[in-house]
Each structure stands twice: as structure tokens, then as C-alpha cells.
Write a protein that binds this ligand. Sequence first.
Ligand code: GRF
Length: 225
Amino acid sequence: MSFNSQSRPPVRLGVLISGEGTNLQAIIDAVRKGALCAEIRVVISNRKEARGLERARQAGIPTCFIDHRTYRSREEFDRHLVEALLAHQVELVACAGFMRLLSPVMLRAFPNRIMNIHPALCPAFPGLNAQRAACDYGVRFSGCSVFFVTEGVDDGPIIVQAVVPVMQTDSEQTLAARIQAAEHLIYPYAIRLFQEGRLEVRGRKVWIDGVSPVENQMLINPPLE
Ligand code: GRF
């Protein structure tokens, strides 16, 4: 089955960031290349100095800074987020290194329409410093996961995962770089699947229309001798 993304309107995207914004950049680049049919309507940061804001400005995307410290509660902050996103007619929210937990206020406004990316194979190593946790634990594989945000931390229905090997010589930084390269492939892909209307959340699971089965693929680390 083939899916023609051009037959559907571009997905109106809002991207939430707090920092570097390399995932935002990967999404911007995918749109530019025509690999993702999306309009990034707004990039919102809770940190004024976030490098991602500059990336957005360079790409001509409207930006918005909402300082979480000026709100009394998470809910109040989220109400302003919702307002800003709706003012830009956003239909899908992509958290990309956004360092805030979302309250039911956001989740209710965008049910199954908020994605996040986590630098580990969920449900392993939720929360902060997932790459360091994977190194310290001694797992032979880690990776990254794009999922629909729920109230829990990094435990929503999983859309796409990528696996990378962990070398015994890895530091947190070398593993993070390997995972990051995979993030930049799977986040635009997950958004594309949404734009093509192929994602359906069924309880804990995401059903993807028309995917090819992964066959004859086995990774063993270290490789068999
Ligand atoms: C990524 O590692 C992502 O998995 C995590 O935060 C980081 C954001 O990086 N949620 P960047 O700001 O996109 O470069």
C-alpha cells in the first residue's frame, strides 16, 4: 500500500523546546527537503536563551517565549501554552527537548496529538540522563523512542523506536551522539506517519496502517564470532 502525503493537507505543527533544538532542526530540514508535509506554525520555548529559537528564526518560523517561572502552577503555564498553540492553529504538538512535564490541561486540549522523543528504548531509563543511565547499567543496546505523551513520564504509546549498539568503550557523550543521529531520522518519520493519517492509538499501542513487517533482522552485540 502506498501513501501519498501530498493528497492530505500539511500537518500544522507546533514545536516545544527548551534548548539546543537539533530535533527541531531535523524537522525543519525534513520539511524543506519535501520528506515531511508539514507547516511549522510556531516554535515555543520556556527558555529565552534556547538555541532552538534562533534556528526557528533563521527558518522564518514564528517563535514564542513563555517563561514557566512566571506562572503559579503547571496548569496555569499549560493554559498559556494551549492558548499560544491554538492561536497558531496547531493540530499536532511535537515536544523536542522540552524540559517540562505536561499537565492534563495540555493533554485534554490535544488528545493523542502531543508527541515526544526520549533518548532510550522506552520503557527503559525514563526521565533525565537516559544515556548516562544506559552506559552505567551496561546494556548492549539502547536507542530512542517517539511516543504520544500521557501523564506518566516517558511511558505513552510508542510510535517509532530506533536501536543503536552500546559499546563498552562508550562514554555518555559518544552514546548520546549515536542516539541523536537516530532521533533525527525517527522524529520526522513519526510526524510523517501522523500527517499521512496512518496512526491509531488502541489502548497502550499505536497501530500503524500499511507498515512493512520487520523481517530477518537480528542484532547481536557483541557480534557472534
Ligand atoms: C533529545 O535527546 C531528546 O531525546 C530529549 O531531549 C533532547 C533534545 O535535544 N527529549 P535537542 O534540543 O533536540 O537537540
